[in-house]
Design a protein around this ligand. Sequence first.
Ligand code: TXA
Ligand code: MG
Length: 316
Amino acid sequence: MNDLTTEILKTDTNGFQHASDIWRAGGLVAFATETVYGLGGDATNDMAVARIYAAKGRPQFNPLIVHVDSIETAQKYVDWPQEADVLAQAFWPGPLTLVLPLKADNGLSPLVTADLPTLAVRVPAHPQAVELLRTFGGPIAAPSANPSGKISPTTVEHVVAGLSGKIEAVVDGGACGVGVESTIIGLASDPTLLRPGGLPQEAIEAALHRPLAIHSDADTLNAPGQMVSHYAPGAAVRLNAEKAHAGEVLLGFGNIACDLNLSAAGDLVEAAANLFHHLHALDAMQTKGIAVSAIPEHGLGRAINDRLRRAAAPRP
Ligand code: TXA
Ligand code: MG
């Protein structure tokens, strides 16, 4: 999708209201945080989140950070161990992301977490980001607002250079003060540094009165979203299927007869939005196998195929 006119919005009441209306309608708005600009969309809207991946040209469904306006809002979505409270009280709003166990019935799109049982969440410190989140009144999924593989943007010009025509708007919040992404701490088990970032490790260790486990190999950053075993349907998955064999259900794509269709219109953004929901629904049917139509290997098709290949891979 490259045919949008990307509006540049001011950080005034009108700009915030307009950005919030775009989010409510499922559109994408980039906005300044104190670290880098984020590419925001409604974290509860499958199509909006699928469009984030499409706009970035991400070849995989890496889990996204959900941005909220307060600790209270974060607690709606995740379990809240004592260490989360210590760190959030000390450093939120600020350049710290916490990875915590996702609550049941959280209402978020499974694309946000790449279907993981944990959620990365943070309260940004940029006053205009918080104001924007308050105006919208819900959770905003936002990776850095750059095309996949490119440098994170710290000015509105960077955002426009990378994403013009692919997103509805960008709110001009000036230059980002911190300039590097947030520090990511995993709290689903022992406190672990998952990504060094804008908040120093030492400050976190001082607040927790204990050293962090380190998990800083850049290649493992995306590991949770990449693991074969984190979610695979109970049934065997067979790819590039033209029809279902005996004992199989068919997950279709395009104008074909099937049990569930990722997108009858052959739209890859719609297919991405439906992917995890449909896999869960077919899995719940407890069939022997799930056959899946061929998905074109371009645009979001690459991320969908990546995920499907993992679902089809031999089980550990
Ligand atoms: O400062 C920042 O964090 C910026 C601003 C916009 O908030 N955002 C940002 O998002 O850097 P992104 O998508 O570029 O990086 C998010 C990182 C990814 O490496 C992803 O793998 C990791 O967070 N992540 C997200 N959810 C996770 C989870 N449940 N478990 C482990 N890692 C997770
Ligand atoms: Mg990034």
